[in-house]
Every structure is written in C-alpha cells, then in structure tokens.
Ligand binder design. Structure first.
Ligand code: SF4
Length: 336
C-alpha cells in the first residue's frame, strides 16, 4: 500500500488583530500535524470543537494552503511543482469535501440535476447529455431514483439530502473524500444508513476517506485509523481497534468516557472532561492538555511531549512514556 495523503509537521496559523493598541496575535489552528493515510483507508480525525479538525479538513481539501510543513496528496506536493491553473485544478479535483449540514450546502433554488452537473460544467467538456447521464448514474449509486433529478432540495429528508451532497462530491471522480461531521446533523437511525452508503462507495470506488468527527461512537464503525487532535496537535494516532480497546492518551480516554459502552460487562476508568478547551491564541505551556489532565505532573507543565511510539501507537504523553499512567487500568477488562 502507498500513502494517498502524507502530512509532515503541517501547520496553519492565522494572524488575529486584537484591537487598536494591542499586538497582532497568532492563532495556531493546526500547530504541527504529522500523519499519513493509505489508499482506500479511512482516517478519523477526532476532537472537541476548537481542536483544529475543520482547519485540518480545509488543508487536506486544499481550500487553504499550510502555513508551514509539507503536505503530499497522491504524490503531488501541495503548493510546489504546480505550475499552471490547469494543474492546480486537476490536483483539487482529487479531493472533495462533504459538509455536516446538507441544508446549507445545497442551493435551495437549484434542482438536484443542476446541483450535480454544476461541477461538470465548470471542470469538464462533457456534453449536456453526457452530464445528465452521469448525474442519473450517480443518483442511483447513492440510492436515489431518476425522478429525483428534477426535484428541489427542500423536497428531501435530511438523510436524502446528505446522499445528494455525497453524489455531488463524487461527480468529478475524486480519489479522496473529506467528510466533515457528515452524519452529525442526522437522526441516529439515518446515520447508520449514510455510514453504510459511505462504506459501500469506498469499497466500490477505492476511495480514501478523512472522516472528521467529535463523536467517537460514530467513528467506531467507519475508521481504520484514528487521529485524536487537541489544540491543533495530534495526541494519539493508532488503529481504530486499539483506540476503542485501550485508549492511551488521557484526552482519548476522556472522549471515550463520553461515549456509550457497547458491552456493559466491560469496565472502564472514566475521565470526565472539565473546563473548556483553551484558546489556541494562548495555549498552555508544556502539554496543552495539562490544565484538564488528572495525571499531570510538573514535567507536563514545563515540556511538551513529542509523539512517542508505544506498542504500535503514537502517543504524546509523558505519563504513558515514563510509566506513571497504567495503559491497561480499567480498560477493556471484564467485570468480575
Ligand atoms: Fe496528562 Fe502529562 Fe500526559 Fe499531558 S503529558 S496528557 S498532562 S500526563
């Protein structure tokens, strides 16, 4: 397998004005992320609101360039070696995004056929008949019917609208879909249908997914790997199976504590997240999680932990690396 996405120390900073007599501050929305996603796999990026997930989604989708670091998509270095507008457009076609809110992302005054064909009008030389054929085929692929072609977005349910958003994202035959909270706005019963559709499309079309979510229980059914993000930095990168069986970083444990337990006989050590995620303009010293971490020691306040290799995972935690946090404490054990 080869990597479809390779990010090395990728960062995105914004200069923020703070008023007339104060200096400009730097907001580090993504402060340095290193990760890769193999072809045909799903990386879930998980964290609270304010963790930098959506900025990371915009970087991978090339809506914004990184401020620092190196991002390689399907062998192309983003921002380098792209000499013409045509080449840049070709690269952008590789990656498409599906947003959380299908109400907001579909133009209410356009019929579904027009919505689906618009990317083809802008980016291809297909004839009107070819565009229509492709739109009808795509409707079928996402589980909708030919008569839906001539209807307006308000005539559909939330789940159907998200199917339309997925269909539109696929019209240019991308290789990567960035799914930014794609089922968060849907009822739980509908979520499973859309997740199943995404899984089927991935298998059929060989797609690579970056799945952004604040909800670990959703990620459980779709992810191969999980990247837990806190204040713009990965704090744990591991397989989905491992993060649910034995989350290592205290922040991963806290996120998992907030999800329902599938098997009530399994014991786990709950960590309640207290307080808000700090501002990325003034992140805490050392480990940015230390003001909320029940295991914090002096070293955590003074030194930012790098991503340590730990039994097949990468985890940014002194406590795990130095052994004062027991990685097995209470996780995945059967109750007596
Ligand atoms: Fe907690 Fe320290 Fe680990 Fe940060 S480095 S998560 S503060 S134990």
């Amino acid at each position: 397998m080869s990597a479809m996405i390779e990010a090395t120390d990728v960062a995105r900073h914004y200069e923020i004005g703070q008023g007339m007599f104060r200096d400009v501050a730097t907001l580090k929305a993504v402060a340095g992320a290193t990760f890769s996603v193999e072809r045909g796999r799903t990386l879930a990026v998980v964290g609270e609101s304010g963790s930098g997930k959506s900025t990371l989604a915009r970087l991978v989708t090339m809506i914004e360039p990184p401020t620092a670091g190196r991002l390689v998509i399907d062998g192309h270095v983003v921002g380098e070696g792209v000499h013409s507008a045509t080449e840049a457009a070709e690269l952008r076609r590789l990656v498409q995004i599906v947003f959380q809110n299908p109400y907001g992302s579909l133009n209410p005054r356009q019929k579904i056929g027009t919505i689906l064909e618009e990317p083809l009008v802008i980016n291809t030389k297909l004839s009107m008949a070819e565009r229509r054929d492709k739109a009808l085929a795509m409707l079928e692929k996402v589980g909708l019917r030919p008569e839906h072609y001539a209807r307006y977005p308000h005539m559909f349910s939330g789940g159907q609208r998200q199917r339309i958003a997925v269909a539109r994202a696929l019209m240019l035959d991308p290789k990567i879909l960035v799914l930014d909270e794609p089922v968060s706005a849907l009822d739980v019963s509908i979520q499973a249908q859309v997740l199943n559709l995404l899984a089927d499309l991935q298998e059929e079309l060989g797609l690579t997914y970056v799945f952004i979510s604040h909800d670990l229980s959703v990620v459980r059914f779709v992810a191969d790997e999980v990247l837990v993000l806190y204040l713009g930095r990965p704090v744990e990168i591991t397989s989905a199976e491992a993060v649910f069986r034995r989350p290592l970083h205290p922040y991963s444990r806290a996120l998992l504590s907030a999800t329902p337990v599938a098997d009530p006989r399994r014991k786990r050590q709950n960590i309640k997240l207290t307080g808000e995620i700090p501002s990325p303009i003034r992140p805490p010293s050392g480990c940015a999680f230390h003001p909320r971490c029940p295991y914090a020691r002096n070293v955590c306040v003074e030194t930012r932990p790098p991503l340590y290799e730990f039994e097949g995972a990468e985890v940014a935690c002194h406590g795990i690396a130095e052994g004062w946090i027991d990685p097995d404490a209470g996780w995945g054990e059967s109750a007596a």
